[in-house]
Design a protein around this ligand. Structure first.
Ligand SMILES: Cc1ncc(COP(=O)(O)O)c(CN[C@@H](CS)C(=O)O)c1O
Length: 399
């Protein structure tokens, strides 16, 4: 049995999404900006996809949604253009973000620091969540932007975005949220939550890789990163990726049409899996389930290196990760586990399991069985663990 439990890295394209996309590769393949029928024949489906996208996040007609190639582009666009508009051409010089953002935020902030921008990387609490009062305390009159992810790709933990948005609105500071792990997974209602910018990416909610978007509140000014061609009203030049935009729209419709019911079904499987794995001695999972995306588990297994566990799971045809795929090449400790206070040894034991609406009960049963056997195998050969007698209480005593 093959079981895919790395849906926070990317998801399978829903077959219904593929079906919606197909006609726009070799039948209705015109450039939407062309004046002839080959181009204009794509417009009805494009408009439908745009409407599906607006509906999925409850954006208003006054707002802009600009299609990008991915959330990494969307994140880079917001950070670099706020720098251009409000630092280089304004009187601001400060950005507030968190220690646990995705590399596309953290690396871009590092680049901006090299250009002289002051960046505050806020700590997270023991649950991996940034607290709204902490954000408030670091905003100054020189702050150009606050950027806090809606939900963590590593832990699934959900940040207090509504509170932070109210603080930023009150202080007159622009607010960006990286919504990649929220859109299509939990309710995102931008008439209820104040954000100026929101990044999202289709391959996180069973759409195609290579298409994402940036929500821009009230269609406010934001210098373009991509010039030439004037598509999207000049906000993001480049020929529109018609099949992928249509695929993203369909994926959003499928992901959000009964989102509460879908979340409940995924959470039931996740909780059953998490409860079973926590029966193993000296394990813990990060974060309160009630404040976590319904599909994610970040579990620490004392005495078992994350990479070794991944290898064993992979041998059992189970796909998981030690954290963000972007960081999977390096054998560094999980940065989020370090940020919540785990020591370096423990931070190397994290395994991220992320389910989807396609995960079955039979797959969960298989993973439970294989995971427990793998832990027993790996602990049996672990020098650091073998000497210790695991206890129910989790406090392991020297033999
Ligand atoms: C919160 C967050 N923000 C941005 C991205 C990047 O999305 P792209 O569309 O691939 O550019 C991701 C993708 N995180 C994957 C791959 S690194 C993970 O394994 O966690 C994300 O989770």
């Amino acid at each position: 049995m093959q079981v895919y439990l790395d849906n926070n890295a990317t998801t399978m394209c829903d077959p219904k999404v593929v079906e919606a996309m197909l006609p726009f590769f070799s039948e209705q393949y015109g450039n939407p900006n062309s004046l002839h029928k080959f181009g204009s024949s794509t417009h009805p489906a494009l408009m439908n996809a745009i409407n599906q996208t607006y509906k999925a996040i409850n954006a208003s007609d006054n707002d802009d949604i600009v299609f990008t190639s991915c959330a990494t582009e969307s994140n880079n666009w917001v950070l670099q253009s706020v720098w251009i508009d409000h630092v280089l051409n304004g009187d601001k010089n400060h950005i507030v973000t968190t220690e646990v953002e995705h590399p596309s935020i953290l690396s871009t902030c590092k680049f901006l620091e090299e250009q002289g921008v002051k960046v505050t990387y806020l700590p997270v609490n023991e649950e991996g969540v940034v607290e709204a009062h902490t954000v408030k305390s670091f905003i100054t009159d020189k702050t150009a932007l606050v950027s806090v992810m809606w939900a963590s790709n590593e832990t699934g933990m959900i940040n207090p975005i509504k509170e932070i948005g109210e603080i930023c609105k009150e202080k007159g500071v622009l607010f960006h949220t990286d919504g990649v792990q929220a859109v299509g997974k939990i309710p995102v209602d931008l008439q209820d939550v104040h954000v100026d910018f929101l990044s999202f990416s289709a391959h996180k909610f069973h759409g195609p890789k290579g298409i994402g978007g940036l929500y821009i509140k009230d269609s406010q000014e934001l210098s373009p990163l991509m010039h030439g061609g004037e598509q999207m009203g000049g906000r993001r030049s480049g020929t529109l990726n018609v099949p992928y935009i249509i695929g993203m729209g369909k994926a959003l419709e499928l992901a959000t049409e009964n989102i509460e019911e879908t979340m409940a079904k995924i959470r039931a499987k996740r909780d059953r899996l998490e409860d079973a794995l926590l029966e193993l001695s000296d394990t813990f999972t990060v974060g309160n389930r009630d404040n976590r995306t319904p599909n994610t588990i970040l579990i620490s297994i004392k005495g078992v290196e994350g990479e070794g566990m991944l290898w064993d799971l992979n041998n059992g045809e189970i796909g998981a990760s030690t954290g963000s795929a972007c960081a999977s090449e390096d054998l560094e400790a999980n940065t989020v586990m370090l940020a919540i206070g785990a020591d370096n040894e423990l931070a190397h034991t994290g395994i991220r399991l992320s389910l989807s609406r396609f995960t079955t009960d039979a797959e969960v049963d298989y993973v439970i069985s294989h995971f427990k056997n793998a832990v027993a195998r790996l602990r049996g050969i672990s020098s650091s663990f073998a000497k210790q007698a695991p206890t129910k209480g989790g406090e392991v005593q020297e033999c």
